[in-house]
Structures are given as C-alpha cells and as structure tokens.
Design a protein around this ligand. Structure first.
Ligand SMILES: Cc1ncc(C[n+]2csc(CCOP(=O)(O)OP(=O)(O)O)c2C)c(N)n1
Length: 332
C-alpha cells in the first residue's frame, strides 16, 4: 500500500530529506486542509468534544519537525494536530481518533487532546497546560543516558510558560545539560487572556536566559526562520551542548476553541495576521525565487485536500469502539 493510501502525508524520514521547499509547502497545506476539514466535521457534529485548532501556526509545526530525525521524540499540548502530522502521523488514524472511532490512534479514547502516535515519535498531546514540558525532559534524559544521539522537543504556548512545571523543567534541563528543545508558540493569548494580562515578560525566551539556556526568538510565520533556529538547536543538542529555547511569534487564526465567539480580540488584529498567513507567505517566497511551478502550487493544496477527504471518509466509515472496551487500555 502506498503512503498516500495509508493516509500518510509523506513525512520526513530524516532532516536531510526535507530540504525541498515544495515538500515543506505541501506539508503545511496538509495540516491546514486537515484542520479545516476537522472544523467542518465539528460543525456537522461528526466530531464532538472540545477542539483547539492551530490554523495559522503551521510554519512552526513543519519548521520544527522538518529539522528532526524520525527517531527524535516530540511532545505536544492541547493544540497539537499539526505537530502530530508534521512528525508523520497517519491522517486516517488521526482523523478516526478525533471522530472517536476504533481505528483511531488510541482506539477513539484519546480524541483531539490526547493523541499518541508513538511509532512516528509523536509521544503524546495533553490537555494539561504545561504538563508535557517535564515529560520531554525524561525522554531527553533517557536519550542521553543511552547515548543514542536523539533529541526531545516539546511544543507549548505562552500560557504554559506561566506554569510551575515549565520553570522547574527549564532549570533542570539547563543544570543537567539535557538534549531537549523547548518550542514556545507565542500566539499572544492564553485562552481569552492577552499576554500582557498574564505576564510582564513579553518575550518568553527571557525565561531561558534566567535559567542559562541559549534561546532564539523568531518570526513563527516564517518557516525558513523557524528551520534556521531549529537547525542550530538540534545540532547543539546532538553535540551534547544541552537545551535550547526557540520562541516562535505567531497567531492562531481561529478562536481558542471551535465555537469561541472571539470577543476578546479586534477584527483588525485578525485581519493583520491573515496578511501574514504562513502558507501564503511561503508561497510568495517560492514564487519570488521561482522555486516552484504553478502546477506545484496547485497540487500542494489539491493533493492535501484529497488526502484529507480520504481520511475523513475512512474515519466516518470506521466502527465505533465496543462498549466492552471502556475499561481496557486505561491506566488507573
Ligand atoms: C493545568 C491547566 N490549567 C488550565 C487549563 C485551562 N486551559 C486550557 S488551554 C489554556 C490556555 C493555554 O494557553 P497557551 O499555553 O498560550 O496555549 P494556546 O492555547 O495559546 O495554544 C488554559 C489556561 C488547563 N487545560 N490545564
């Protein structure tokens, strides 16, 4: 069976295979198309529960994961469909998980916020804000003890940067020189609270400084800037030089959750950020550099939408988990 038939969006096996700019654009399109479809299925009540979309933040997911090897480990949070896809998650199984079906990654028991796609190196998402930051330290510690040269990456938001586990993790990662990369998606809001109302530290990377960790703050809607910062971070982690903090300034173009009326932000702010859409922006870069043909651009979006439609069909045709399964795979 081909990768496309399995619902896999040609995930990078190794960082070196991932230099083709068109493949980066294609991967961003897969994430965008996937989340737009999920939004439509949610409106149709085919997907239920709380749903957080990362539309507008695709350059961070693809920029970061594209610099990793297949066996590097990635931890997400509550807004992590894009992170899982960028690390190579199978679209069919991911969509089925969101739709609560037995063919999903966690047999439909995890849903949007608790996806585990272990064989891709996407270890887990989590609904506990800041909760996966210390978990990534464990993976980094194990990798170092085993001497396997693997790195661990954790994605989190600016809100998570105000939690206790985040600060404890930075301190220990620095002290022990762990091969972990902290990727902060600073999208300016924690739920409905603007950054200025939850901290006086406007740049989260300043916390890294406090704990003696090198950092970079980059335009998170510029995939090339994200890749550059990540390249350095990964090289340092693999060379035994310890952690790096990469702060990506970005914006979510959807509400905090699907159905969020969004009254806490100005429409003009949204319109300004739409102009900085990471996909449109990278498309413009490629056009300027004549790095892709008109057909490449058309196919990048078209193929992504076709893959996602197939994933939705697969998910909705899949069986529900049996009621007897309720108590299995549950650790209690
Ligand atoms: C420990 C914990 N506290 C509070 C919440 C409620 N909560 C859900 S999302 C969220 C905001 C998170 O903001 P941020 O980390 O910036 O991520 P973003 O939503 O912007 O991606 C909060 C407070 C939670 N899920 N877990």
């Amino acid at each position: 069976m081909t990768a496309a038939k399995q619902g896999r969006a040609k995930a990078p096996a190794r960082r070196d295979e991932n230099r083709d700019p068109v493949s980066l654009l294609r991967r961003m399109w897969v994430i965008r198309a996937f989340e737009e479809k999920v939004s439509a299925l949610y409106a149709a009540r085919e997907i239920v529960g709380l749903l957080h979309l990362g539309i507008g933040q695709e350059a961070v997911a693809v920029g970061v994961c594209g610099m990793l090897d297949a066996d590097d480990l990635v931890y997400g949070g509550h807004r992590s469909h894009g992170h899982a896809i960028a690390k190579g998650a199978d679209l069919n199984r991911l969509m089925a998980e969101l739709a609560g079906r037995a063919t999903g990654y966690c047999r439909g028991k995890g849903g949007s916020m608790h996806v585990v796609a272990a064989e891709t190196g996407f270890v887990t998402a989590s609904g506990v804000v800041g909760g996966t930051v210390p978990l990534a330290l464990g993976a980094a510690f194990a990798a170092r003890e085993k001497g396997v040269g693997r790195v661990a990456v954790v994605f989190f938001g600016d809100g998570a940067g105000q939690t206790g586990p985040f600060h404890e993790s930075l301190n220990i990662a620095s002290l022990w020189g762990l091969p972990v990369i902290f990727v902060c998606e600073n999208n300016g809001y924690a739920e409905f609270t603007p950054l200025s109302a939850h901290t006086k530290v406007e740049r989260l990377a300043r916390h890294a400084e406090t704990y003696g960790i090198p950092s970079a703050t980059v335009d998170g809607n510029d995939i090339l800037a994200v890749r550059k910062a990540m390249g350095r971070a990964v090289d340092n982690a693999r060379a035994g030089k310890g952690p790096t903090f990469v702060e990506c300034l970005t914006y979510r173009l959807r509400g905090h959750y699907e159905g969020d009326p969004g009254k806490y932000r100005e429409l003009s702010q949204l319109a300004d950020w739409k102009k900085k859409d990471p996909i449109a922006r990278f498309t413009r870069v490629l056009k300027r550099r004549r790095a892709a043909s008109a057909k490449d651009f058309e196919e990048a979006e078209g193929d992504a939408r076709a893959l996602v439609e197939a994933a939705a069909e697969f998910a909705l045709a899949s069986p529900w988990p049996e009621p007897e399964e309720t108590g299995t795979q549950v650790w209690a």
